[in-house]
Design a protein around this ligand. Structure first.
Ligand code: ZN
Length: 499
């Protein structure tokens, strides 16, 4: 068999697995957007069957044969092909190390734990959740052991979401971030300047929908290869050829639906920016969750909370909602967009305090995987950290340790990605301003194309060519550092909260 034929067969097999994955994703999207309430059982079966088929295609021994054949001919492959080979080797070696019985057991337990979590959260009953979470943690450690990470299971959890990243690197980055962030947050909290609450009342959903559609389209989302719908928790799903994103609407909180939509648009434009001809191969895939979050956060925060952005969109916002915004001044609107107010709930947090929510979760996960914290002692540890970092103590576990869905699905090691994404977004932000002058003037004219073009060339079109830390270094010339995030937060929020 020629190298060329082996490579072509490998790609066609990767694409089959990818297409199955997209069907799985579409069913998952439909589950959260459209599914009738009593149809969940069938959907569970459909998703499980597809996951099994996808696993079978991805772990087919023929893929292993092709990889071995190609591994022996590196000189005959082009640079792009070597990237595909390297990443596919990594994926294949991982997928075949997990016994199918284990994959099934984990899927079954995750589904049970999700329902237990929803029940226990509603009742603020942590004790009822303990046995489910304990088993989920055991399964995670078991999985790490199968993958050769028995001695460092938390590193495996992190690497799964951000390839190449480790707990030790994150610990160093977060320590530096905490040192700068906690005093800055205290300055803001003690500032006599406060954003006014209750500014917004009675914004019709249809008009909100039309407005956010116009905004996200102007940012660069391609609605011919994607759409936006409504779900309880906003998310983005899909790949370049078909992106499904969601937001949620509240008549009295139009900024929530708008910023959720812009956040998901950032995720969607990352996927849409990968090259269509590479779909299904690692060159058409995102690096990991940290880089993904850097894209959503950059559009949501650095761009959409900026003055130039509002210089363009404020007149349009006022035109759409003239009755509702009559008594709101420009300054009040801008302060509302950039309100900082510590809260116990991560998903409600502003961009200054958000990182502290993540640092808290990272501390907890580290201890859980090191075996120095037992699941049953989680609430005590959680509440102590919430007080230390945010200056707030949850009244019950619903607004404390039970608030997030991630652990119920076994998604340990996912939280740090959010904060790494914030750091990367700032680092990219300063770099792009160094590379391109006049971006602010672009934004004030409603033109975001040069920014998007830069992100496409430097990040989106690179697919998985580099791992998380390499990408940051290649793009910005520096290793990942929290100093740009700290600088950005000071530059944006310092003047707003200076008395
Ligand atoms: Zn996100």
């Amino acid at each position: 068999m020629t190298t060329e034929a082996a490579y072509a067969e490998l790609v066609s097999r990767l694409k089959r697995a990818h297409v199955l994955g997209t069907v799985n994703g579409l069913l998952g999207w439909d589950e959260q957007v459209n599914l009738p309430p009593d149809s969940a059982d069938l959907r569970g079966e459909q998703l499980a069957l597809l996951a099994e088929l996808q696993h079978a295609v991805a772990s087919d021994p023929r893929v292993g044969e092709l990889l071995t054949l190609l591994d022996g001919q590196p000189g005959e492959l082009a640079a792009d092909q070597r990237v595909v080979l390297k990443c596919s080797r990594r994926d294949y070696d991982r997928v075949v190390k997990l016994p199918p019985e284990f994959v099934r057991e984990k899927a079954r337990h995750s589904s049970q734990t999700f329902h237990a979590w929803a029940r226990c959260k509603a009742a603020a009953d942590f004790a009822g959740y303990v046995p489910f979470l304990e088993k989920q943690l055991e399964l995670a450690k078991q999985e790490a052991a199968y993958l050769g990470y028995a001695a460092a299971p938390y590193d495996y959890m992190i690497d799964r979401h951000d390839p190449g990243m480790t707990a030790a690197v994150i610990e160093r980055l977060f320590a530096e971030l905490t040192e700068g962030l906690v005093p800055f947050m205290r300055e803001i909290v003690s500032s006599p300047v406060k954003a006014r609450t209750g500014l917004f009342r009675g914004f019709p959903v249809e008009q909100q929908r039309a407005f956010l559609h116009a905004v996200t389209e102007r940012l660069g989302f391609n609605y011919r290869r994607g759409r936006i719908d409504v779900s309880l928790h906003p998310f983005c799903e899909g790949s370049a050829a078909d992106i499904r994103m969601t937001t949620r609407f509240d008549k009295d909180n139009p900024l929530d639906s708008l910023f959720s939509a812009i956040h998901e648009t950032g995720h969607g434009m990352y996927e849409q920016g990968t090259r269509l001809e590479h779909q299904g191969t690692p060159l058409g895939q995102a690096v990991g969750m940290g880089v993904h979050e850097s894209q959503s956060r950059l559009w949501e925060n650095q761009v959409a909370r900026s003055r130039p952005f509002w210089r363009f969109f404020e007149p349009r916002f006022r035109e759409t909602f003239s009755a509702q915004l009559g008594a709101v001044s420009s300054d009040e609107l801008y302060r509302a967009v950039n309100a900082v107010r510590p809260t116990l709930i991560r998903v409600d947090a502003d961009e200054v305090t958000y990182n502290l929510h993540i640092i808290l979760r990272f501390e907890i996960e580290k201890r859980l995987f090191a075996g120095t914290l037992a699941v049953q002692d989680l609430p005590t540890a959680w509440n102590a950290l919430a007080q230390e970092l945010l200056g707030l103590t949850p009244a019950n576990d619903r607004e404390g340790v039970l608030q997030d869905v991630h652990w119920s699905g076994g998604m340990f090691g996912y939280f740090p990605s959010y904060c790494l994404g914030n750091m990367m977004a700032s680092q990219f932000w300063y770099k792009v301003h160094g590379d391109l002058t006049g971006l602010e003037e672009d934004f004030a004219r409603g033109d975001f194309s040069r920014l998007l073009g830069w992100l496409r060339r430097n990040i989106h079109e690179q697919g998985r060519r580099h791992d998380t830390q390499e990408l940051v270094k290649v793009v910005t010339g520096e290793p990942l550092t929290p100093k740009y995030l700290l600088r950005y937060l000071r530059e944006r929020y310092g003047p707003l909260y200076r008395a």
